[in-house]
Write a protein that binds this ligand. Sequence first.
Ligand code: HSE
Length: 438
Amino acid sequence: MNPIKVGLLGIGTVGGGTFEVLARNQEEITRRAGRGIEITMVADKDLERARKLVGKAATVTADAFEVVNHPDIDIVIELIGGTTIAEQLILKAIENGKHVITANKALLATRGNEIFAAARKHDVMVAFEAAVAGGIPIIKALREGLTANRIEWIAGIINGTSNFILSEMREKGSSFETVLKEAQRLGYAEADPTFDIEGIDAAHKLTIIAAISFGIPMRFKDAYIEGIAQLTAADIRYAEELGYRIKLLGITRRTPQGIELRVHPTLIPKRRLIANVEGVMNAILVKGDAVGATLYYGAGAGAYPTASSVIADLVDVTRMHTADPEHRVPHLAFQPDQLSSVPILPITEVETSYYLRMRVCDRPGVLADITRVLADSSISIDAMVQKEPSAGEEQVDIIMLTHLTVERSVNVAIARIEQLPVVVGRVTRIRMEQLGTH
Ligand code: HSE
């Protein structure tokens, strides 16, 4: 059988890695796929660099539309990123009957519903393993491996940049700003790090995970998103003293009232395996009703790990290329007419526990005032620490851990605590999850 022909849009870090790994493992990949897979066209703005990378193996063009419109191309790999030109190219490729492989989580999370509708209309596959957690085959696990299960919840460290920053802040006791600069120097964080540190990148990935886990459309707009920029080294240290580690988690959970879809810094017990995922690594903990908890760990970015996912999709698409579209795995794991419109819970309705830190004047009755406010909101305290005042200071930090509480009650209590004359400044609130798996 003739090799299947692939057009690659963007030969930067991941595109270059894909080209290289495909060439390096060609024989093994062909034995798996049942036919050869050849990248025959490459589109990139930097023609000179692209030509150097591919040599004579592929035609190089600066016009990506030339690739998606070319009659010989069966599969288009989109690695350009962004949500403007990438969407036009993907939709054009679909319209032309080509299968699409993409690592573009921002595009899928925000425009995925329209893209998958177009793909259904034209009977093509859109595969996206590389869009979530780089090299970890989490899409395959959720769409296929765990298909027997009713997924209950998922909690993931799905942004390596922010995990690196939190690890460094904890290990070195440095401030967020100092570590961010270091991450930029090392090339982990972009010059504009907003998407990574504000939780937006993690929310894109979580949106995709939730869709294929619960059989819902992409609901990025309904996600609650809070990043790590406000975290202080002091909170990380206090959490550590109480037996917890702070991670930027993407959490999605099925509840009787709706689905939780939230990204925020989270205290998790230090003894959990996922709490010990450090640096730029990613990990995703999935709780299914039959299998129990499963944990997936690996590189969430980088040329070769992400290429590993792109090529896994290439092999899947190559194998299913000639299959009746009805017999393929549905794009979002559930049959398209079976997607559910269950609501996403607003964060105010989410029930979790909390780390609360407040700075107070060190005088009699202060604790009584604060605990009275919490009691009025039916918030039960799980643990409490009062730090010794520094020499010459009259203010102290009080840290309280609460039992499960609905967020709107905590909001009311925090507003009242902040009005107490003995409380200085704002109350710091960080959500907590036990991630118990039984
Ligand atoms: N910027 C992402 C991260 C990697 O830091 O994890 C690509 O998704």
